[in-house]
Design a protein around this ligand. Sequence first.
Ligand code: SF4
Length: 222
Amino acid sequence: MRESRRRLSGALRVHEIYDSIQGESTLAGMPCTLVRLAGCPLRCTYCDTPRALSFDAGEMRDIDDIVADVARRDRPLTLVTGGEPLAQKSSLDLLAGLAAARPLVQLETSGAFDISRVDARVWRILDIKTPGSGEESRNDWNNLAHLKDGDEIKVVICDRTDYDWALDILDRFQPRVPVLFSPAWGAVSPAELAQWILEDHAPVRLQLQWHKHIWGAEATGV
Ligand code: SF4
């Protein structure tokens, strides 16, 4: 008990917590509670959560309170996203607390921060940044060596240059986790990306953002 209390101490700035359907990843379609942490030092060209980029967005909440909120909602999947969750140091304690309390926890991270200290029970989604994102230089390539079972790679593809670049990266690093290519909304059509993947026998999956197809691209809190 004393150990548990120690691990759950601390607080983070939370932009929002809400229930939805996981719209991405190999777990797409699962009912899910999303914990969106505030703040991100990156500025990707296609970012669809600009409201969460400021480190002043949202409100400070105790880790105990966040974990209890998520537990009350009782969804089979918890996703910690942002913003960039790992930009807040206490996110490591939050992830450990959630992993101890909930059956399945995913973390979506930009890949700009070290993932090696994330609780091993958490499934990491490493969002590799392409040239089209404008943030390619922020990729910490050491993270690829820390990927394990349950983890996966996401790449948002803005154009054909991004697609070819991403295939070169996969060829170079040979990751042993699932790789999902997602068309940047409004920049590449799903049909176009599907065609490239099929033509090249690319070792990836096509990913769509189901929440945008269900509720629309501008909807928030769903
Ligand atoms: S890393 Fe994510 S939250 Fe940060 S700017 Fe890029 S898309 Fe937006």
